[in-house]
Design a protein around this ligand. Sequence first.
Ligand SMILES: [Zn+2]
Length: 77
Amino acid sequence: MSHGACFVAQTATSDILLRVTNVCGECYGDLHEGDTIYYDMQYYRYLCECCKEKLCDVMDEQTCEIIDENRQDSLFC
Ligand SMILES: [Zn+2]
């Protein structure tokens, strides 16, 4: 899988949901215990799978930086 260095896949635990976040950092959709969530190493936030996929599309694989700002504006999960 590409972008392995940009996002760390984790299973949402009650600990993460209580202490860090219970919503996606991008779309603010609810995260639920047992969901696969992705820690964004660039922005230090957790993302749902949908947002992670969309960010991967506009990201430079090497630097993990957003390279297509216009497309980022249209991100919507
Ligand atoms: Zn999201």
